[in-house]
Design a protein around this ligand. Structure first.
Ligand SMILES: CC(C)(COP(=O)(O)OP(=O)(O)OC[C@H]1O[C@@H](n2cnc3c(N)ncnc32)[C@H](O)[C@@H]1OP(=O)(O)O)[C@@H](O)C(=O)NCCC(=O)NCCS
Length: 178
């Protein structure tokens, strides 16, 4: 599988992947990822990219990318929620694959790669998925994520609310300490 850790040179590819979200939201109000009030410019996104790399360098996150046909077509990141001592064992997972590359195993490969990189950094990985995203939920369940609750009305787009399904998975090989 063409999955590897992210590199500094992936800026343009990751920016293009993130921007594709806005097209998908325009086509599908149930698209399951978050967006900003307006599309970030490359300069604005460079700040997020720098913060991602700071998290990677300081052990607060991991990020895997999928490369197909010389192009970045998917990513999976796990990042610490804040920088608190009490929650440092938990990472939040996000994953996306370009529409034309879905259902080829890349989503599962990205998550598996990222989970392996979580060893020694996190004990638990948490995520949120909306009910109207059955493909994502299937992927998570098939990789051993389990539902631990719901966040009522956690997701809103265009005035339509959905509950979040909360899922968790223990990082393979994680010990008791962080
Ligand atoms: C979720 C996502 C990352 C999965 O990536 P992917 O590359 O398509 O995933 P894979 O190819 O590894 O696996 C897809 C699986 O979903 C299954 N699937 C496809 N459509 C489905 C549907 N409507 N309902 C249930 N399962 C479905 C496929 O059969 C396959 O399962 P299998 O391998 O057991 O047969 C991708 O669909 C995506 O980017 N979605 C938009 C962004 C998003 O929703 N991210 C998650 C937010 S919580």
């Amino acid at each position: 599988m063409p999955v590897r850790g992210i590199e500094w040179g992936d800026f343009e590819g990751l920016y293009a992947l993130r921007m594709k979200r806005y097209d998908q939201i325009a086509e599908d109000p149930d698209f399951g990822m978050f967006s900003l009030p307006k599309r970030p410019t490359p300069a604005e996104y460079a700040i997020s990219f720098g913060e991602l790399h700071r998290d990677l360098l300081e052990g607060r996150g991991v990020c895997s990318v999928a490369i197909e046909e010389g192009r970045l077509v998917g990513s999976c990141s796990v990042r610490r929620h804040g920088n608190y001592l009490e929650t440092r064992h938990v990472g939040d997972l996000g994953v996306e694959v370009l529409p034309e590359f879905r259902d080829r195993g890349l989503g599962k490969a990205l998550i598996t790669h990222a989970l392996a990189a979580c060893q020694g950094r996190f004990e638990e990985v948490h995520l949120e998925v909306i009910p109207r995203n059955p493909r994502a939920r299937h992927v998570y369940e098939s990789l051993g994520f389990e539902v631990y609750g719901t966040a009522p009305r956690g997701f809103q787009r265009g005035g339509a609310y959905q509950d979040f399904i909360l899922m968790r998975k223990r990082v393979p090989g994680a010990g008791e300490g962080a």
